[in-house]
Every structure is written in structure tokens, then in C-alpha cells.
Design a protein around this ligand. Structure first.
Ligand code: 13P
Length: 337
């Protein structure tokens, strides 16, 4: 695939004030979301969950692409349509999570390294044949006393860059996701410093691996204080700090930036994204949008509870969370007070 085609796909993923839906929870993570709601943790309930999500009427008004998990891309809707085809038919670009998860990192207590490079070239070719047009790889960076280590940041950045190069070789857009975690009581300033160092290392490695920045999407965390930090800055301060951090380290050529929600309250994630777009939209070299999982799905999942009769109400909630985030993308979302 030519660079021009990659660039066109990357643009389509962030165009028209739309964003991405991350519905790619691994089986353990999906089960973890189901457990407190008493939803059976089976392949069939996970399939049924994903089916009502992708068949939500009108979802493509706000969602340009959806990230699937390996189990889901091999499953079908009730009418026999494979998930990737169902998304394409609905006007939503199908993508696929391709990392094999974050595992404890040798010699680095409390830190993780994302695995999945071995055999990735073949898996990407298979996913491409199944209809995927982009991929996702998530690295996690923990913040604590003495963490993150330089070794953890560099190893994860290197893996992200090798994954991204393989994706572009296969004609898939890489979503590059280095997530600085919100767990802990660290301050906003500490998150800013760690995010800046991490992104700096990621772009250094992407350059080293020859990744075309126009043909990738960055999926970063917002710069936020730790969940346990007593001082939680107002929305505008989070927006300003996040944008300032990104402007310092993300090259202007990058195709787009789509934030993860990372366990923020859903409405707060939307309000922060909205403030960034309202305050900086005309000064940014890249579109700023969303690639949320929890901040789009969680409230709808809590309504569904695994019951067929709750599907219409759950779809309505999913639709309105997607619309809220489209509004945030435009800088027009206001949190209800
Ligand atoms: P959250 O929006 O729930 O953080 O999930 C985004 C994601 O894709 C994590 O990899």
C-alpha cells in the first residue's frame, strides 16, 4: 500500500468531527467489566454484547472506526455477517487490537512490557484479509515513587515502533498507544513530566524504525493528576497542560491524536476533550479526538446487564455517549452540573 493510501485511511479515522470506539477489551478485561453486573462470562455473551454495540442505529454519525479484539473479529452477528463486515456495512472502519497484553517486565518490579511482536507480520496479514484497516498496540507506564524507569519507557517505545513499522508494511494504520496510568496519588505536573518523557522516547523510536508519521494515529493519555491525588485541577487546567505537553513532543506530521479515557469519569473525559478543542482548535497541527472504551460503553453496559430486553435502552445510551464525544470533538460539550 502506498503512503498516500495510508494517509487517506488515517485521515478518514479522524475526519468529520468523529472519533474511535475502542471495543477491544481482551477476554479477561471484558469479563472483569461483566462480573460486577452478574453477566455470564462466556464467548456468547461477549459476542452478544459486541453485536448490539455495532448495530446501534446511527452510530456512524459520530464513530469513524471501531477497534475489535481477536475473539470478536472471528465472530459473526446473529445473521451470519462477520463483525468486520458489519462495521464496514455500517460505514465504520474496522480495526483490531494486535498486542498480546502487558506482562510483568523482567528486572523491573511494578512495571510492564507489552508483548506480541513475534509472529506479528503473519497475524497482520491475516487481520488485513479479515477486513481490518488499522491496528492498535497499548503500552502501559506506571507512575510511582521511582517509577517509571528509563528501561521500561525505552523498551515499550521500541516495541511500539516495531509494531508500527510492521503495520505500515501490511497496509494497516498503527494506533500507537503509550498509556501513562492514572493509578496513584501523583500530581498533574508529575503526569505531565512522565507523559512528555514517554512521548519523546516513542517518537525517537518511531523515527528510528522509519515509521511514516502521517500514516499513524497517536493514542495518548490526557495529562491528569493521579486518581488518589488530593488536588484535582479544573477542566481548563487539564486541557491546557495536556495540549502544552503534546505541542512540545508530537510532530506536526502525525495524522491525528485520539485520546484514551483511562478510567476518568465518562463525562469528565468528554469535558476535558471539549475544553482542549474549544481553547486550541485553531492552533493545533493535528485533529484532537477520542478513542474511548469505558467513557463510551460503561454506562450502556450497566443498562444492558446481559438482558436482551434492555438492548434498546443500552443502545440509546451508547448513542448519546458517542454523540457527546462528537460534541467534545467540536469543542461544544458541556458537562451537566
Ligand atoms: P479506555 O478509554 O477505557 O481507557 O480504553 C481505551 C483503550 O483502548 C485502552 O487500550
Amino acid at each position: 500500500m502506498s503512503l498516500k493510501e495510508l494517509v487517506e485511511t488515517a485521515r478518514a479515522m479522524v475526519d468529520n468531527n468523529k472519533g474511535l470506539l475502542a471495543m477491544d477489551e481482551s477476554t479477561p478485561t471484558c469479563n472483569k467489566r461483566f462480573a460486577p453486573l452478574g453477566i455470564p462470562q462466556t464467548p456468547e455473551t461477549r459476542r452478544a454484547y459486541r453485536e448490539w454495540i455495532v448495530t446501534t442505529p446511527g452510530l456512524s454519525e459520530f464513530i469513524s472506526g471501531a477497534i475489535l479484539y481477536d475473539e470478536t473479529i472471528r465472530q459473526h452477528l446473529g445473521d451470519g455477517t462477520p463483525f468486520a463486515e458489519a462495521l464496514s456495512n455500517a460505514g465504520i472502519i474496522p480495526g483490531i487490537k494486535v498486542d498480546a497484553g502487558a506482562k510483568p517486565m523482567a528486572g523491573h518490579p511494578g512495571e510492564k512490557i507489552t508483548e506480541g511482536l513475534d509472529g506479528l507480520r503473519d497475524r497482520l496479514a491475516e487481520y488485513s484479509l479479515m477486513g481490518a484497516r488499522f491496528a492498535k498496540w497499548r503500552a502501559v507506564i506506571a507512575v510511582a515513587e521511582g517509577l517509571p524507569s528509563r528501561g521500561c519507557i525505552e523498551a515499550n517505545a521500541h516495541a511500539l515502533a516495531r509494531y508500527a513499522a510492521l503495520c505500515q508494511e501490511a497496509g494497516l494504520i498503527p494506533i500507537v498507544e503509550p498509556e501513562v496510568l492514572m493509578d496513584g496519588d501523583h500530581t498533574l505536573e508529575r503526569c505531565r513530566a512522565v507523559t512528555e518523557e514517554t512521548l519523546h522516547s516513542v517518537f525517537h523510536q518511531l523515527y528510528g524504525q522509519g515509521v511514516a508519521l502521517e500514516g499513524m494515529i497517536l493514542k495518548p493519555n490526557m495529562v491528569v493528576p493521579g486518581l488518589g491525588c488530593p488536588r484535582q485541577e479544573p477542566v481548563e487546567e487539564v486541557a491546557d497542560t495536556t495540549v502544552q505537553c503534546l505541542l512540545r513532543v508530537v510532530p506536526a506530521a502525525v495524522g491525528g491524536i485520539a485520546f484514551l479515557s483511562g478510567g476518568q469519569p465518562a463525562e469528565l473525559a468528554s469535558a476535558r476533550l471539549s475544553a482542549m478543542n474549544a481553547r486550541f482548535r485553531h492552533r493545533l497541527p493535528w485533529p484532537l479526538t477520542f478513542s474511548f472504551a469505558r467513557a463510551i460503553q460503561q454506562s450502556a453496559l450497566e443498562i444492558w446487564k446481559g438482558e436482551e430486553r434492555n438492548v434498546p435502552a443500552a443502545q440509546q445510551t451508547l448513542f448519546s455517549r458517542a454523540r457527546d464525544n462528537r460534541d467534545a470533538r467540536r469543542g461544544e460539550y458541556r458537562m451537566a452540573v
